[in-house]
Design a protein around this ligand. Sequence first.
Ligand code: GRF
Length: 236
Amino acid sequence: MAGVSDASDPGATIQWPLAQPWPSAHPPLRLAVLASGEGSNFEALVNACHHGPLNGEVVLLVVNKEQCGARQRAERLDVPCCWIDHRAYGSREALDAALIERFQAAAVDLVVMAGWMRIVTPVLIEAYPDRLLNIHPSLLPSFRGADGVGQALAAGVRLSGCTAHLVRPEVDSGPILVQAAVPVLQTDDAASLAARIHRQEHRILPLAVALAAERLVRDKTAAAVAPSPPPARPAD
Ligand code: GRF
């Protein structure tokens, strides 16, 4: 797990490269992003591909809110966007199956949930094993679920942050790829803390994508060089 500690909060501008070595030993990635809201993390990923060190391209944005900010950003950034109305599907599994169709049509390698306000099912998780990421505004495993920022404030913690992780069936769970710590100030309200956490999300999410991609390459290489099992012993 990588960590980005940033008590000084350098502001909205991301300085590339980040302090830690950037994983680049992976083929160019075709990324899809799922978003329901403003889409600032989506934009951070697009920028990390265009102007930063992320070896890949965001080839598809899928939104479930027709008028969301993410969709407008996609238009401005010239990224193909598809609106899927989740209300048209009878179950979470049916929605996930529709998503998979879109991703397969776009030959997507890796999918990032960046403010996707739907619970995903094993249908999607198993279609993209270790290739489905999520970003959450707390230091997981603390404050899972809705309103991670509000939960942290209500608990009175002095340190919060954000987590990028691989997705498993339980909400906001799965192997952690990167976390960034953000101090909670005495003067913070939900908006000010959320804004500082957001800035760190924009730093760690592209790094998490690169780490996930590198991990896939490593696993594949390990499988290729694994010794073959010993021949079966003849029956006595
Ligand atoms: C982020 O805070 C993310 O952690 C949470 O939803 C928010 C999305 O923000 N899952 P944006 O739409 O990327 O601006």
